[in-house]
Design a protein around this ligand. Structure first.
Ligand code: AMP
Length: 119
């Protein structure tokens, strides 16, 4: 499997080289609004560590990082008031998964009916 690409766009956001519309940050995670929202609310939650996707993360990340990323999804959904009416989380992995940015990210879709599960 390929190695982590330090020049991916989320790595640049984490280094502060390009801006993001930040929602939440702590020692382990960063959450920001997707630049090309597919729903009224479309946020991204990413670990600060260098992980390509969920498989890579679950293999290499510490228990603390894994817990913090999971908790951050709920925390960000609360900040966005998404948890009140429901929302969808999604993580694309690899080619068939349609992953475009090779740094693990969870999408949060909310603010309206999200629609059918996959297209
Ligand atoms: P994926 O196809 O799961 O890899 O999703 C990548 C997501 O990153 C897409 O929804 C893009 O719109 C989003 N994206 C790409 N560049 C940026 C950026 N600079 N700031 C925020 N979101 C971005």
């Amino acid at each position: 499997k390929m190695s982590y690409d330090k020049n991916n766009i989320f790595a640049k956001i984490l280094r502060g080289e390009i801006p993001c519309n930040k929602i939440y940050e702590n020692d382990h995670v960063l959450a920001f609004h997707d630049i090309n929202p597919q729903k009224k609310i479309h946020a991204l939650v990413i670990p600060k560590g260098e992980y390509i996707d969920l498989d890579d993360f679950n293999k290499k990340a510490s228990d603390k990082e894994i817990v913090e990323l999971n908790k951050a999804i709920s925390h960000v959904s609360n900040i966005l008031k998404a948890s009140e009416k429901g929302y969808r989380i999604l993580s694309n992995i690899g080619l068939d998964g349609g992953q475009e940015v090779p740094h693990l990210h969870y999408h949060i879709f909310a603010g309206e009916k999200v629609g059918k599960m996959v297209t």
